[in-house]
Design a protein around this ligand. Structure first.
Ligand code: VG1
Ligand code: CO
Length: 544
């Protein structure tokens, strides 16, 4: 087996976004495109000689081919050992758990998360560091800088490795271990949740649940957890076989893309509980019978009920949410007397807080919740957390949420996405907002008075780093809020995200339709940002 050094020239579009490098599959299939990015990651790491890394993906199209390339490059660059998920599969949370368990140097996760897959879908590469979490900005910037100057990469000439069964192989001097990626994850979940109580709930005749894996990575994990360990009847998990193109669907657990599950939960004889997860298994959507739980509320409710769950019985050190996430959890934190941190969008910003023991639970409005058990958001963890709460409290999802609102007030919340708009006008829209925010304070729009407005900038209290331009937020004196930012995960044009929130303390007004309540603010968002004028769109493409 010989190591080949291949000369190459840079691609200038390899800047990692909110969560790794995401591009359409044909972009990744260009000669040297994947290789350049992988070599840039390896070049940005110190002392890789003999180290262990974790490798796997969400099973989407191009996963297997990429794994073979990456293995040969890792071997040529002196990596000592690679732990690969069987069949090349690792959910993002399971990869994070395995990096931590084996004290690996880091991991390469192949996923474009909730973006569609298949030959014309998206692919992605993400590097996670030693703590199991996404590489911080400092590191992703170093990778990007390297991609701009790269002139060669190293690869071993060798035959492909069989990924289909657990086992050990040698690739040059490097060891490749194909491991069961489900067992360590299930074991970790057993240390956090009361499996006996959840089992009693799931095997009772009075409780029915439906889990939709959307043909994506959580299928095998969900079958094992719910049907094998927790007594749920076979058939509880739907679409549980990962497909390379996710059956042609968006593996995105929200009311729009998980519509089959929504129909079941809002239909006749609906189950008591429903859940879905995304392409790589780090997102979750929680539904009750005829009831949708917003991700922001879910975070607040997990926080308020954490003491009922064995892994969190000792109390929470603090909580953290991304800036656009509703402030529902802030109210719970205040009552519990714990700190609540506000970070930019993207899980990488929670890593330092989790490592420093400042936050125990974290969440994002984009259907992501997680805790200090790993350094990624974790879809099935959130489902188990909910089931544990339901098993202890013996109430329905709707009752739990409504009681929560009665105690803390309700944060009406919605996100409006304008997908695939042209990049230039989208950037111009944000730029005019940035120029405007400095002078908005005190300005009146009908009944709304601007209490503060800024372009969110985050000071990381642990490492002192500053992340600027993280979204324009406009807060009003009645606690309502509008946030504007551009997506960092899309692959076509730009996606404008508008986040709208209002607060209602009065319990007699808690059962109004969300879009109706938010209507004046939605109108105001358009008036302030001139969305129609810049994007030419009069309606968002997706409302969650
Ligand atoms: C989106 C979400 C963000 C999330 C990110 C990765 O980013 O808004 O909250 O962390 O996706 O999620 P953006 O930049 O498009 O708004 V995923 O499940 O990659 O795992
Ligand atoms: Co994801």
């Amino acid at each position: 087996m010989t190591i080949r050094t291949v000369s190459t020239t840079p691609f200038f579009d390899q800047k990692p976004g909110t969560s790794g490098l995401r591009k359409a599959v044909p972009v990744f299939q260009q000669p040297n495109y994947l290789e350049n990015f992988i070599q840039s990651i390896l070049d940005s790491l110190n002392e890789i000689e003999g180290q262990t890394i974790v490798l796997g993906g969400d099973g989407r199209y191009y996963n297997r081919q990429s794994i073979q390339i990456i293995l040969k490059m890792a071997a040529a660059n002196g990596i000592g050992r690679v732990l690969v998920g069987c069949n090349g599969i690792f959910s993002t949370p399971a990869a994070s758990a395995v990096i931590r368990k084996f004290n690996a140097l880091g991991g390469i996760i192949l996923s474009a998360s909730h973006n569609p897959g298949g030959p014309n879908g998206d692919f992605g590469v993400k590097y996670n560091v030693t703590n199991g979490g996404p590489a911080p900005e400092k590191f992703t910037s170093a990778i990007f800088e390297r991609t701009k100057t790269i002139s060669e990469y190293k690869i071993l000439d060798a035959a492909d490795i069989n990924l289909d069964n657990p086992g050990s192989f040698n690739l040059g001097t490097m060891e490749v271990e194909i491991i069961d990626s489900i067992a360590p994850y299930v074991k970790l979940m057993q240390t956090l949740f009361d499996f006996d109580k959840i089992k009693a709930l799931l095997s009772s005749r009075n409780f029915k649940m439906c889990v939709d894996s959307l043909h994506a990575v959580t299928g095998p994990y969900a079958h094992t957890l719910f049907e094998k360990y927790l007594g749920a009847p076979k058939g509880t998990v739907k679409n549980g076989t990962p497909l390379e193109d996710f059956g042609g669907c968006h593996p995105d657990p929200n009311l729009v893309y998980a519509h089959d599950l929504v129909e079941i939960l809002f239909g006749e004889n609906a189950p008591d509980f429903g859940a879905a997860s995304d392409g790589d298994g780090d997102r979750n959507m929680i539904l009750g019978r005829n009831f949708f739980v917003t991700p922001s509320d879910s975070l607040a409710i997990l926080t308020a009920n954490a003491k009922l769950v064995p892994g969190y019985r000792g109390g929470l050190a603090g909580v953290a949410r991304s800036m656009p996430t509703s402030t529902a959890v802030d109210k719970v934190a205040e009552k519990l007397g714990i700190d609540c941190y506000e970070t930019p969008t993207g899980w990488k910003f929670f890593g330092n807080l989790l490592d420093a023991g400042k936050a125990t639970l974290c969440g994002e409005e984009s259907f992501g919740t997680g805790s200090n058990h790993i350094r990624e958001k974790d879809g099935l963890w959130a489902v188990l957390f909910w089931l544990n709460i339901l098993a202890v409290r013996g109430k329905s999802v709707q009752e739990i949420v409504q009681e929560h609102w009665e105690e803390y007030g309700r944060n009406y919340y919605s996100r409006h996405d304008y997908e695939e708009v042209k990049s230039k006008p989208a950037n111009d829209l944000m730029e005019q907002l940035r120029l405007m925010v400095g002078s908005l304070k005190g300005k009146k729009y009908g009944n709304y008075e601007v209490a503060y407005a800024d372009d969110f900038s985050y000071f990381d209290p642990i490492d002192g780093s500053i992340s600027k331009k993280q979204g324009v937020r406009i807060g009003f004196s009645d606690s309502s809020r509008i946030v504007f930012r551009l997506s960092g995960t899309g692959t076509k044009g730009a996606t404008l995200r508008v986040y709208i929130e209002s607060y209602e303390p009065d319990a007699s007004k808690h059962n109004i339709e969300t879009q109706k309540v938010l209507k004046p603010l939605i109108k105001l968002a358009d008036e302030i940002a001139k969305i129609k004028e810049f994007t030419g769109r009069s309606e968002p493409t997706v409302i969650t």
